[in-house]
Design a protein around this ligand. Structure first.
Ligand code: TRP
Length: 453
């Protein structure tokens, strides 16, 4: 087997991991949930959970990945040979492929909307038709599938190029650009008349909204946002060299993800409120409300609003791509290392599989909308299967594995680089305590609320 690739620097590690973390979850879920559950009060709780629960789980995946320098299945086989833990490896190969299938459908929508923005379809005189465009687009068959194909083909192209030439290079260019783009829209959005209410929606602390539901939502959101439980962070960490500081790169990833979520909030919510439309969650917010706002403003500021819509959909597309490549890489690493398939064929195989499954998800908004699995459309079913079950279980078992099964000295060794990182050595007991007790308890809370709620 060819020797394994490594990320070239700390910056590369953080850019790749933050690339995975920053995605649709930050742009269309975080701003809405934050406002709904109490603004600044929610954001404080979110930061707290992020550091005390999600970051430790991220470190668990990092420890396993960097310890073994292997894919999820290979890593489990090495650390717990001949045991049932290999199924955890398998679970975390399957979950990201399913995730990729439906996530790419939305990625495809951003391709279409970027095209619409570039070809100036959000015109002021057609503003009233803009929200309706979304419904008729997603319920058609041909175009969404074509866009899905384009999105997956770009993803596969980057993954095929490999860890250094594909993932590292793409992330290192696109992540700084992404921050600039979202900053530009945030500034633009906050200068609109009436935007102040949107800022208030996001930051006004309302502690009375911090219900148990809000806590579960904060935790669930931070798991999804940090790409936990799908072996993604494990696989990326397996490309991290032995002298890199896992705690530092994990913290850098978590902080970037957090910062981006808040920035995205300031980019989205002020514009929504400026237009007088009630905020909604999910696709409606970014594919109906915002283009409508861009179109309406076109009459007042033609060029600016056209430019803003291009920048906005480009941001969504790039953010979604750096996440989708991280999903695809998990399965590719597995096929290449465990099944001895060439990288070329592995990438092509996952591409076709997720394209086929993605077609079904895409059509579930149109011709296949009558097909229900356990009462849900195909798209919603796969989303619930992943978000409520597979990812939560993956995160729980990674945590239990590192906290209770792995040798404590091996865990310490990875997190402190053999004891040479004195700061890490000092905080290790805290991290270890969080991993053993606090994180599993918190995951159970999310799990139960997801399954019951
Ligand atoms: N974190 C990404 C987002 O916020 C999505 C994502 C990428 C993901 N890889 C993942 C989610 C693995 C869960 C598991 O959009």
């Amino acid at each position: 087997m060819a020797s394994r690739e490594h990320f070239g620097s700390r910056a590369a590690v953080i850019m790749a991991m933050a690339g995975s973390a920053i995605g649709l979850g930050n742009i269309w879920r975080f701003p809405f949930i934050a406002g709904q559950y109490g603004g600044a009060a929610f954001i404080l709780v979110y930061i707290f959970f992020c550091l005390l629960v999600s970051l430790p789980i991220l470190l668990c995946e990092s420890v396993i990945g960097r310890r073994t320098h292997k894919n999820t299945v290979g890593a489990m086989k090495e650390l717990a040979p001949g045991s049932g833990w290999k199924f955890l490896g398998l679970l975390t190969v399957i979950a990201p492929v399913i995730l990729l299938s439906y996530y790419s459908v939305v990625g495809g929508w951003s391709v279409e909307y970027l095209y619409k923005a570039v070809t100036l379809q959000f015109r002021p005189e057609a503003a009233s038709e803009v929200p309706g465009m979304f419904g008729s687009f997603v319920s058609s068959s041909g175009r969404p599938v074509l866009c899905l194909f384009v999105f997956l083909a770009i993803t596969a192209g980057i993954v095929y190029l490999g860890v250094k030439k594909g993932i590292e290079r793409f992330s290192k260019v696109s992540m700084p650009v992404l921050f600039v783009l979202v900053l530009v829209i945030a500034v633009y959005s906050m200068t609109l008349a009436g935007s102040n209410e949107g800022v208030q929606y996001l930051v006004r602390p309302d502690f009375s909204k911090l219900t148990p539901d809000a806590l579960a939502a904060a935790l669930g959101q931070s798991f999804f946002s940090l790409s936990l439980g799908a072996g993604t962070m494990l696989t990326y960490s397996s490309y991290v060299s032995k002298d890199e500081d896992l705690v530092a790169s994990g913290a850098g990833t978590a902080v970037s993800d957090l910062l981006f979520a808040v920035l995205a909030g300031f980019a989205v919510m002020p514009a929504v409120f400026a237009s007088g439309i009630a905020p909604t969650a999910g696709p409606g917010l970014v594919f109906e409300t915002l283009p409508f706002i861009f179109a309406k403003m076109g009459s007042a500021a033609g060029f600016m609003s056209a430019a803003a819509s291009v920048v906005f959909f480009l941001t969504i597309l790039v953010a979604a791509l750096t996440s989708s490549i991280s999903m695809m890489e998990v399965g590719v690493a597995y096929l290449v290392e465990e099944r001895h398939v060439s990288r070329h064929r592995a990438t092509l195989g996952i591409f076709f599989f997720s394209f086929a499954a993605g077609i079904l998800c895409s059509l579930s908004f149109g011709p296949l909308s009558g097909v229900k699995i356990a009462g849900n459309s195909i798209f919603d079913f796969l989303d619930k299967l992943c978000s409520n079950w597979l990812l939560t279980l993956g995160a729980l078992f990674f945590c239990l594995f590192v906290g209770w099964k792995m040798d404590k000295s091996a865990v310490r060794d990875e997190l402190t680089n053999g004891g040479s990182r004195t700061f890490n050595a000092r905080v290790f007991p805290v991290i270890y305590f969080l991993v053993r007790y606090i994180a599993p308890a918190a995951i159970l809370l999310v799990f139960l609320s997801g399954v019951i709620g």
